[in-house]
Design a protein around this ligand. Structure first.
Ligand code: GLN
Ligand code: ZN
Length: 758
């Protein structure tokens, strides 16, 4: 008996087939039936991959045309009022993407991943009603292909915890109504077969739960698990431990618990209690969030620990979470360095790992087929090779880290800012932008052609320089005071640096779904990080040579580079961040030595790296702040360091941001209704700030008056000497026709306010 289990499988398709067909449908080039056709093909292919790998528990309803939370809203008939008139696919995609009459539903990050779900909007007017079509059909579809699936659904508690109220109030007010629909669903599911497995995902249980939610667990699952005798319920949690919930769940009539032992090692504390109960434990030991080959022998050790008290027939082996968060298959990576490729494992390859580990654990090494023996030996070999590879280890970097003494810049803020103001001589309410200017088709085309060697380095440089020339001139014409070069040479703020750092790898086909049809291809850090040569210097100094105004250089910070990459698993994250920070600090030094006086180090992803559990926050904040400070430790007192973050939920972390000790920070405020400003007033803030005065996410051009009003609001909470005036975020996704009038209005608004102040 070797029971193995996959929490869920990616659905976008190994060649992003779903993306392509959706986008063609949205562009009205093909009928919806084509989308359905592709969806069916993908589902069968994905089931077959799992079946061929010998997976025992394969899911249905892990597929989605856009998002599983959205599917759940449809299942419950939780449809916001503005979409009520619509039906079927028009309804579905309008909820996800908006239509010409109504805005889309909000989208936000799924726990600490880069996957985004559609946030349910509940209200007292809702009329919940079961729509089980998709769920039942997908089960039948698989069964017709000879696969008896477990059915994946998102649990009611997580659904409610992640919803918001359109009419104000608490989403948990609807618990009874929602649970009633779930019960109805389970009743329908129970008709499908003699015995049916239902995986109910409750990742909300891995957060610090308040008593209100904790007290719901027993009631809800006593209720749901007793709907039908032929349903076996598996509760799945992931990304952290869920010990509090586990303690409760073992006393309900559910059948099994699927827990994450990769990102939730503390789940080990629940093993005893699970062993003493009658529950099956599905141990998530194959990493569903990173791309490294499993270290099979280490995993077997971990399983031994997990299985000390647990009879092996009650221990199944699975992925730590849905494989949605890793790329599809290595099959198409034909350009990757073979040595590095041999260290990796994407979703399809992970299936074999799950199967293999399970077989060895349950039946012993002797039970392996010859092919499995080979797989096992290769796994051991690959892990050994990686450990000793010269590609990974760079003694110079290690020594440098070890001997590090200067970990932050010289001088206190008060002293620095005084020097900087003397040199830079900027007025209160100084105007600037966040870095990028519109990425034109010409620029994108040039970058693509250069990468494919269709144009020479000289030709490419000329195009970029032309862009910089124009960008600088436009900013001068508008009357901006601190200029930027516009970032035309970058397609992405992490990839650009990753490509120039040693220790970084890139895939051809390592796409991971981010939301809807959108995928990202995160680079990966496999070895010690070093900077063979300057990364931004020539572009920035060129841009500075074109103007007498200060040119602000643009770098990406270590925490953001880390959070938006797949990170090596053989070194602690903070250690990796430290290496990146040192590389950035070298760049800072080169820039200031070339007479660049302002350097912005962006930390767009600082907030999203926050741990799910409060107990881990202090530690994250500590190393994140330390590494930011390290990355600018080379800056002289006279060099002004800016940073930028593009969100506004700072309320609980404002003191941490202050501790980063950047001289100036620009942040988003426009969209959040000035929530942040209250905090500045209440708790105060030491350094200079540029709260964005208009929202760049929309093509709308803000009027002068609007911006004047916004600046006046800022002046109510912070003195003019402490304020900078800038948009919310970078302008790369906007058009020049929008950017020029918007910034012109911003500059006019500042002139008006300055006059009033005089
Ligand atoms: N400097 C970057 C830009 O302007 C910052 C991007 C971001 O914050 N996401 O594009
Ligand atoms: Zn931003």
């Amino acid at each position: 008996m070797s029971k193995n289990y996959v929490i869920g499988f990616p659905r976008i398709g190994e060649q992003r087939e779903l993306k392509k067909v959706l986008e063609e449908f949205w562009a009205k080039k093909i009928p919806f039936s084509k989308v359905q056709e592709t969806a069916s093909q993908l589902k069968s292919r994905h089931w077959k991959y799992q079946k061929d790998a010998g997976i025992d528990f394969i899911s249905s309803n892990d597929f989605s045309l856009y998002d599983n939370m959205l599917d759940t809203s449809i299942m419950l008939n939780a449809i916001p009022k503005r979409f009520k008139e619509l039906k079927d696919e028009e309804l579905y995609f309008s909820m996800a993407r908006g239509n010409n009459k109504n805005v889309a539903m909000e989208m936000t990050k799924w726990f600490n991943t880069n996957y985004h779900y559609i946030v349910p909007e509940l209200s007292a007017d809702d009329n919940y009603e079961l729509n089980a079509k998709k769920i039942l059909n997908e089960y039948k579809e698989a069964k017709a292909q000879g696969i008896k699936t477990k059915i994946n659904i998102i649990g009611p508690i997580t659904y409610l915890a992640l919803s918001k109220r359109a009419d104000g109030g608490d989403t948990f007010e609807f618990t009874n109504k929602i649970v009633a629909i779930y019960k109805q669903l389970l009743r329908e599911i129970s008709q499908l077969d003699d015995e049916v497995y239902v995986q109910i995902d409750e990742p909300a249980f891995v957060k610090d739960l308040d008593v209100k939610i904790l007290s719901l667990i027993k009631r809800v699952y006593d209720d749901l698990a007793s709907v039908a005798g032929n349903i076996k319920i598996i509760i799945a949690t992931y990304f952290e431990h869920s010990n509090e919930a586990t303690k409760i769940l073992i006393n309900t009539p559910i059948w099994a618990l699927a827990l994450d032992f990769v990102y939730g090692k503390d789940n080990l504390q629940s093993i005893q209690a699970i062993a003493q109960s009658d529950k099956i434990l599905i141990a998530g030991v194959i990493d569903g969030r990173n791309i490294w080959k499993n270290h099979i022998n280490q995993t077997l050790d971990l399983l031994k620990q997990i299985g000390t008290d647990l009879p092996s027939d009650r221990l199944y082996i699975g992925s730590s979470c849905s494989l949605l968060h890793v790329p599809f298959t290595l099959k198409y990576e034909d350009k990757m360095n073979v040595e590095i490729k041999n260290w990796l494992s994407y979703a399809v390859e992970k299936l074999d790992e799950i199967s293999l580990v399970s077989k060895i654990y349950h039946e012993g090494q002797n039970s392996l087929t010859q092919q499995q023996q080979i797989q096992y030996q290769r796994n051991i070999q690959a892990n050994d090779d990686r450990k000793t590879s010269t590609k990974i280890h760079n003694q110079d970097v290690l020594t440098r880290v070890e001997e590090l003494t200067k970990t932050q810049r010289d001088g206190e803020y008060e002293e620095r800012i005084k020097l900087q103001k003397e040199i830079l001589n900027y007025k209160p309410l100084a105007t600037t932008t966040i870095g990028s200017f519109p990425q034109t088709t010409q620029i994108r085309e040039a970058r693509r052609a250069f990468k494919k060697s269709e144009i020479s380095q000289e030709e490419y440089n000329k195009i970029i320089k032309n862009y910089i020339d124009e960008c600088v001139k436009t900013q001068e014409d508008i009357g901006l005071e601190v200029l930027v070069h516009g970032e035309p040479e970058r397609n992405d703020m992490v990839e650009y640096f990753g490509e120039q750092l040693k220790g970084y790898g890139f895939s051809q086909n390592g796409w991971v779904q981010s939301y809807g049809s959108r995928c990202v291809k995160p680079p990966f850090i496999y070895g010690d990080i070093s900077r063979p040569q300057p990364m931004t210097l020539s572009w920035i100094t060129y841009a500075q040579s074109k103007t007498n105004k200060p040119m602000k250089a643009m770098l990406t910070g270590p925490v953001t580079i880390l959070n938006w990459s797949f990170v090596r698993d053989d070194k602690a994250r903070d250690e990796v961040a430290k290496q990146i920070a040192l590389a950035i600090s070298d760049e800072v030094n080169d820039l200031q030595n070339a007479n660049i006086k302002i350097i912005q180090v962006d930390e767009a992803a600082f907030k999203e790296g926050y741990p799910l559990r409060k107990t881990n926050i202090k530690e994250y904040e500590k190393w994140a702040v330390e590494n930011f400070k390290l990355s600018v430790s080379s800056a002289k007192k006279q060099t002004q360091i800016h940073t930028h973050m593009c969100y506004s939920e700072f309320n609980d972390i404002i003191k941490t941001i202050e501790a980063m000790d950047a001289d100036v920070i620009s942040i988003e405020t426009a969209r959040s209704g000035n929530e942040l400003l209250k905090i500045f007033k209440e708790v105060g803030y030491k350094q200079e700030v540029g709260p964005g005065v208009y929202d760049i996410h929309s093509p709308r051009v803000p009027s002068v008056q609007e911006i004047v009003t916004q600046i006046e609001k800022l002046l109510e909470v912070l003195p003019k000497e402490q304020l900078w005036i800038n948009p919310d975020c970078g302008l790369k996704t906007r058009k020049w026709e929008e950017v020029v009038p918007s910034l012109t209005n911003m500059v006019k608004a500042v002139q008006i306010v300055r006059q009033r102040l005089n």
